[in-house]
Design a protein. Sequence first.
Length: 113
Amino acid sequence: MNTANVTILGKEYPVIFNLKALIGFEDIVDHSFFNDKFEKMSSRIALIVAAIGAVNPNADITAKQLLEISDWQTAKDLVKAYTTVMELAGEFFRIPAVEPKEEPAAEGESQKN
């Protein structure tokens, strides 16, 4: 399972996406990971904190702390951290970058229906 590092509030944190992170997210937001569209920053922050907690449950960062952030630089760090965690989620679920398409039939061959 791959890990990555994110920087928030000037501190580097290792993150991972695995079942522990998924359940941690659900514990923070009190709803299913699979029903969340991640349109709200609060959901994205919860996912970041869960991904940090899955590596280090004693990390010194909380969703409540991050929800009180008001500066633009930290907001940009959070967007970057969310992107990193979602890339790890893609690896965990093995989501292909591009959906495979059927190859066109070669000349003289009939296509399957």
